[in-house]
Design a protein around this ligand. Structure first.
Ligand code: OGA
Ligand code: NI
Length: 316
């Protein structure tokens, strides 16, 4: 069976460093998704994150989900006895944690735990980005520097806490519709038990099987542009499931909205022939743009192919 690579991140520091770099390189180039184990985030912290996540859903979210739009639309479809699927919604409960917005406050230990988790995950994201710098032949810290461009323009680090409650008609609604991620590096702490995440590989949907306490890494559209297409952002989706409430906590290390994103000059030269072929095939090449402008386009077109987004944002 085909599965995305599972990589022991601790081996980066030992005699297997070269092999580990190569595994990550392959994960980025051929898959766009890989799972890290022995990533250095204490298991004890991950256990606490699971606990406060589940408690927060029960205490502060579950009741509201019962009256949410996806539930209403699915009920209507079932009662109408029509075939087909509920479009334009996702069967998920979701909220965002950043340094600036308000967090759920009625769940004991939620804030403390998630603050600690976010700080650990941000460090892991920066380590992973340094590995990408190295594998791409870029100066150490290149990606981080681009994402944190200028004074007072620090990168955006957000954490999306999602639950996918059991769905009585999973064939009639998506957990999360297929998309590629807009930003930089995404680090996902998915459920140990309930699966549902799939990636599109060579025209086939492949399950990202739960590996307890692993962190799933994937790259978004900005890494695709910066790497000049070497690391493609990959389509993925979440299926809704009849049993179990799937937890997924996705942290995004994205550029500042003011950062200018462009293919790294080093990679433009190296990949000239490939780019030429690609341009002939798709009619596009990667533009240079301000990330905030890209997000304006993305917010309108998230569930559509990315190539028109690159065209729509235009080059500066
Ligand atoms: C996302 C995403 C996957 C998941 O938030 O962009 O793809 O498992 N999440 O929730
Ligand atoms: Ni995604």
């Amino acid at each position: 069976m085909t599965t995305i690579p599972v990589i022991d991140f601790s081996k980066l520091d030992g005699e297997d460093r070269a092999q580990t770099l190569a595994q990550i390189s392959k994960g980025c180039e051929e898959w766009g998704f890989f799972q890290l184990v022995n990533h250095g985030i204490p298991v004890e912290l991950l256990e606490r994150v699971k606990k406060v996540g589940a408690e927060c859903f029960k205490l502060e979210r579950e009741e509201a989900f019962k009256n949410s739009t996806p539930v209403k639309l699915l009920n209507e479809l079932v009662e109408s006895k029509k075939n087909g699927k509920v479009e334009n919604v996702d069967w998920e409960d979701v909220f965002l944690l950043t340094d600036d917005n308000e967090w759920p406050s009625n769940t004991p230990q939620f804030k403390e735990t998630m603050k600690e988790y976010r700080s650990e995950l941000k460090k892991l994201a920066e380590r992973v980005m340094e590995v990408m710098d190295e594998n791409l032949g870029l100066p150490k810290g290149y990606i981080k520097k681009v994402f944190n461009e200028g004074d007072n323009n620090s990168a955006f680090f957000g954490t999306k806490v999602s639950h996918y409650p059991p769905c009585p008609h999973p064939e009639k609604v998506n957990g999360l519709r297929a998309h590629t991620d807009a930003g930089g590096v995404i680090l996902l702490f998915q459920d140990d038990q309930v699966d549902g995440l799939q990636i599109l590989k060579d025209g086939q949907w492949i399950d990202v099987l739960p590996v307890p306490n692993a962190i799933v890494i994937n790259t978004g559209d900005q890494i695709e542009v910066l790497s000049n297409g070497k690391y493609k952002s990959v389509w993925h989706r979440v299926l809704s499931k009849p049993d179990g409430n799937r937890r997924s906590i996705a942290s995004f290390y994205n550029p500042s909205l003011k950062a200018t994103i462009a293919p790294a000059p080093e990679l433009l030269v190296e990949n000239k022939d490939i780019m030429k072929k690609e341009m002939e095939l798709t009619g596009t090449t990667y533009p240079t743009f301000v990330f905030g402008n890209y997000m304006n386009v993305y917010n309108e077109q998230k569930f559509l192919p990315k190539e028109p987004r690159f065209l729509a944002v235009g080059t500066i």
